[in-house]
Write a protein that binds this ligand. Structure first.
Ligand SMILES: Cc1cc2nc3c(=O)[nH]c(=O)nc-3n(C[C@H](O)[C@H](O)[C@H](O)COP(=O)(O)O)c2cc1C
Length: 321
């Protein structure tokens, strides 16, 4: 085999802000949109390697992507090194540019069974998983972690030491413990400590809501880059440095329409209409117009109609003003 690139940095470019993997949000249409607006590379939502191992079509379909998303990293989770490797190998033919191991999911069904943040309790298993992923896939491997299981077990130094020694090219760090789930604040001082301890790129993660905040975190804490999750839902402008609060309804519409069209093409018209509800809520709920159209949006079962409602509303309002 040709010497595979162990490092994705050469193809990332200058952007240091990345759409964080989010189940139900960082799908192919939204990854495409955010990549085009400046997200540095693409990471899928997490997919069970147990399901991949069983060739579950739904699990495999979560890895559908388009070329414009590249570099594309497939994120996986699992608690058994053999199943993990066998599951990952089932999808290598799809052509990912890297594999990311989820070591941060706090959901009880995942972390309680030893996957996601549950792996933080098993450093020896992490070592085996990463070693095998690096050797057996030949792809750049990364991991996304939390600071520890709880405040009594903040083992981020030990875990990041293992990850670095086993050859990951980067680590994403959500600055909370598993026990915190999404409560409290991300501890950026500890993320900064990890960035100082490690030679490889660290992507800090937690509570970033704007492009300016992302830049400020990179500068203040010395991280290579950041992952932005909830703050990027309904706000792809965050990646290009445009402040969404300066954008009126009509200014947001072209981007939203692109998103709707991509969703319709990817999921089909009816499914896209339903899936777009959560996105549209986040795109528009800070605007006075949202109150007026929300009920109509939620009643729609066709993405084409969603598009019509939004553009008619803009047109009617421009005539009225
Ligand atoms: C709806 C939702 C789904 C998520 N799914 C994933 C996932 O599949 N993989 C992952 O590593 N993290 C997942 N996360 C965690 C985020 O990537 C991120 O680490 C977390 O939200 C903290 O960052 P934020 O404050 O910027 O949102 C998810 C978060 C949310 C809100």
């Amino acid at each position: 085999m040709a010497n595979p690139p162990q490092n994705l940095l050469h193809s990332i470019g200058n952007s240091r802000i990345v759409l964080s993997p989010m189940a139900g949000f960082s799908d192919s249409p939204y990854r495409r949109l955010t990549r085009a607006m400046g997200s540095a590379f693409s990471i899928t939502e997490f997919v069970s390697t147990e399901h991949l191992f069983r060739s579950n079509p739904k699990a495999i379909s979560l890895f559908r992507f388009e070329e414009s998303e590249r570099p594309i990293v497939f994120q996986v989770f699992g608690n058994d090194p053999d199943i993990l490797l066998r599951g990952v190998k089932r999808v290598l033919h799809l052509g990912p540019d890297g594999i990311d191991l989820n070591m941060g999911c706090s959901v009880r069904t995942v972390s309680g069974s030893g996957s996601g943040a549950g792996l933080l309790k098993c450093p020896a298993k992490v070592k085996e998983m990463i070693r095998r992923l690096v050797v057996e896939t030949g792809l750049p491997i990364s991991a996304k972690i939390r600071l520890g299981w709880d405040h009594e077990n903040l083992n981020y130094r030990e875990i990041t030491d293992i990850l670095e020694n086993e050859g990951v090219w980067a680590i994403g760090v959500h600055g909370r413990t598993r026990q915190m789930a999404y409560t409290g604040r991300a501890d950026w001082d500890k993320i900064g400590e990890i960035a100082r301890l490690r030679q490889i790129p660290i992507f800090g993660n937690g509570d970033i809501l704007s492009h300016a905040e992302a830049r400020e975190k990179i500068k203040t804490y010395g991280v290579y880059g950041v992952y932005v999750g909830r703050g990027a839902i309904g706000n792809p402008w965050l990646f290009s440095g445009i402040d969404r609060s300066n954008l009126a309804f009509a200014d947001r519409l072209p981007t939203i329409e692109k998103h709707i069209a991509a969703m319709a093409e990817f999921y089909g018209d009816a499914a896209a209409a339903i899936l777009m509800r959560k996105h549209l809520t986040q795109y528009l709920r800070d605007l006075p117009e949202w109150g007026a159209i929300k009920a109509e949006i939620y009643a729609q079962t066709s993405a084409v109609k969603l598009h019509d409602i939004l553009s008619h509303y803009t047109y009617a309002n421009s005539k009225a003003s």
